[in-house]
Design a protein around this ligand. Structure first.
Ligand code: WTA
Length: 633
């Protein structure tokens, strides 16, 4: 199926059509997929409830579109090249036919455990091919997958299993990332002590650590699939049935389960994949994200497979065994489209060009960026040294909630402007709103980035709590989807993302709510109260700065307290959320009504020592002075 736009003029035409007659625009694209039954209505929506229904009445199974459909013409084509963490270990390939068979076997295995349509399955896995097989096996039998990034702690995993009431967990004994080993199964064991819903746990042997298996609950992955048939009838799903839940952080409370559904997500990930990356038959695509994040869902698994693409899946990290690894892998598989995060680019930039120039990068045609704003220096370095000035940089802005890329250039078709994500994809109607909720018409004025019309892969609800979805995304500006980002538009109509306008911080492209990290800190025995803010970090984009009020009577050594605070965050969320800087303080700056003045704390974390703006509502100004004096550099 070829959905690729081939010129900027064609983009403009498609865009205009998508706004004038969205239903006929999207049905024209949806027609090209395999459906058991076509839709009664293309779109039915309101942003107030919110209620968003695409292709109502249609029936399909997404795996028939990404596996069965390809068997005839590309059964022997490589679906994935798998590159191990350890370069000396053997790489693997899997063809579309082999992937189909593996998915069917596991689907049958899961059905034999009593898992079926609508059941939730939690996947907590390394970057191995069996993880992708697990995802697709869920989709084949109509089970709803909820992938938890394998860097989250046992507590965070348990929270997610419980919130989704997952019946099954799929994991591995452990994983290797660079020189680090993570014992996943023991984390799962700890989590499952507090998860009554999970009846079974499928365990894949990845690192041969032979973990203890709990009889009746734990099943070896290969034992389970060993005698299963390599064919499996796909469950027929309604277009709006749940495909997956993915937990993500917001400003308040615990992470919420963003829900995506089968039909619209299928259509939009395919369309955006082919257009943004200008993927063509025979190309090799590589997205370096982890499958635990939305980027991995949409652009390692669904978009590429639905398009019949060949992709690389990488188990390791960019800096192991050294900082040339990404470029070596690009050369090894003759990668044509490469998609990574600014944090990785900034980390590798610092390592000099020798490691880059070791590899032949001439196969590259398009290079992409995702997850956080890319600063101009990193953009230029990427364009000049990786793309050799020949490859367009696609700076793709989107979110877990949007399901697919919303703002981006389309390969080499669109004009580029460093640090600007660019134009909306066809079907996407962004607006900038001012504080009163009025649409900003002028250029170069910063506003709240919102979307005024539904697109097929929009968030449908937050699992188990529809009000939360409404309150978080559809209530601030009634009639609009609110992204949480601030942005500007230039005179050419290109968007530039400024960053989050809420209490969400973006550390190396990973999203955390400051409240979530504060809650983790507050579980610590020394902590009385805390306030967490983000500050600009050269490599990570944002770093985490924690101000913690501790009881001086309780401790002697500051270092020990700090280590213990970090341990608390690692236990509650995972090491990925540990503060970069911790300042122990006697008190936090508060207003007379008791509200923490985060604005001041943000400024101090940024290195500002005066100009705190209006401080007249501060209860005790001396608190600020003391914090400034002892700020962590
Ligand atoms: C940020 C990741 C600037 C943004 C796909 C958004 C970006 C949040 C970009 C979503 C970009 C993502 N330029 N900022 N190209 N891409 N962001 O849910 O703040 O993990 O709201 O989805 O990342 O992060 P999430």
């Amino acid at each position: 199926m070829n959905l690729r736009i081939q010129s900027f003029t064609e983009y403009q035409q498609q865009y205009a059509k998508s706004v004038e007659s969205p239903e006929s625009f999207w049905s024209g694209i949806a027609e090209q997929f395999d459906w058991h039954k076509k839709w009664d209505k293309v779109l039915d929506w309101n942003f107030n409830d919110p209620s968003i229904n695409w292709f109502s009445g249609a029936q399909l199974n997404i795996t028939e579109n990404l596996l069965d459909r390809h068997l005839k013409d590309r059964g022997d084509q490589v679906a994935f090249y798998w590159e191990p963490n350890e370069p000396s270990e053997e790489a693997k390939t899997i063809t579309y036919r082999e992937l189909y068979q593996e998915v069917c076997k596991l689907s049958n295995g899961m059905r034999s455990l009593g898992v079926g349509k609508g059941d939730r399955v939690c996947i907590y896995m390394p970057m191995v091919l069996e993880s992708i097989v697990s995802i697709l096996a869920c989709a084949r039998i109509g089970a709803v997958h909820s992938i938890v990034f394998a860097g989250f702690s046992a507590t965070a995993l348990a929270d997610r299993i419980n919130d989704a009431q997952a019946k099954l967990v799929i994991t591995a004994d452990g994983l290797n990332r660079g020189t680090k080993r993570v014992e996943l199964k023991s984390m799962v064991d700890t989590a499952l002590e507090n998860c009554a819903s999970a009846e079974h746990c499928i365990v894949l042997d990845c690192v041969h650590s032979q973990p203890a298996m709990k009889p009746g609950r734990d099943i070896d992955y290969h034992e389970l699939i060993k005698d299963q048939s390599a064919d499996c009838t796909a469950e027929v799903m309604n277009a709006e049935d749940l495909l997956f839940i993915l937990y993500t952080s917001g400003s308040t409370g615990k992470p919420k389960g963003v829900v995506h559904t089968c039909g619209g997500y299928m259509v939009y990930t395919t369309y955006s994949f082919q257009n943004v990356f200008q993927y063509q038959e025979g190309d090799v695509f590589w997205c370096t994200a982890d499958i635990g994040w939305i980027t991995g869902h949409s652009y390692i698994v669904y978009g590429p497979l639905l398009s019949g693409a060949t992709s690389v899946v990488f188990e390791g990290i960019p800096t192991y065994p050294d900082c040339g690894r990404f470029w070596e892998v690009c050369e090894k598989y003759k990668v044509n489209q490469f998609y990574t995060a600014p944090t990785a680019i900034r980390a590798l930039m610092g390592e000099g060009l020798e490691v880059v120039n070791r590899s032949d990068l001439s196969s590259l045609k398009v290079i992409g960026s995702v997850g956080e704003p890319i600063n101009e220096e990193a953009w230029i370095w990427y364009h000049e040294n990786i793309g050799k000035k020949n490859c367009p940089v696609v700076d793709t802005w989107w979110q877990t909630e949007t399901g697919g890329i919303m703002l981006s250039g389309l390969g080499d078709l669109s004009p580029m402007n460093p640090t600007h994500a660019g134009y909306p994809l066809p079907g996407i109607q962004p607006v900038l709103l001012d504080a009163e909720g009025k649409e900003i018409e002028e250029n170069e004025v910063e506003g709240y980035l919102c979307v005024k019309f539904p697109w097929p892969s929009a968030i449908r609800t937050t699992y188990g709590d529809h009000d939360r979805c409404k309150n978080t995304y559809f209530s601030n500006y009634p009639g609009y989807y609110f992204t949480g980002d601030g942005a500007k538009r230039d005179s050419a109509g290109m968007y530039r993302i400024i960053g989050r306008v809420d209490d969400v911080i973006n550390v190396s492209g990973h999203r955390f709510g400051t409240a979530e990290i504060e809650d983790a800190i507050n579980t610590n025995e020394y902590a009385i109260e805390s306030a967490v803010v983000g500050y600009p970090h050269d490599v990570k984009g944002q770093g985490i700065y924690a101000y913690v009020v501790v009881d001086p009577a309780k401790f002697e050594k500051e270092d020990l307290v700090k280590t213990s605070l970090i341990d608390s965050v690692s236990e509650s969320i995972g090491r990925i959320a540990k503060p970069d800087k911790i300042q122990l303080v006697a008190g936090l700056p508060k207003t007379r009504s008791g509200k923490i003045m985060r604005r001041i704390l943000r400024k101090i974390a940024e290195g500002e020592i005066q100009n705190f703006g209006d401080t007249s509502t501060l209860l005790d100004p001396s608190v600020v002075e003391t914090i400034v004096q002892n700020a962590v550099k």
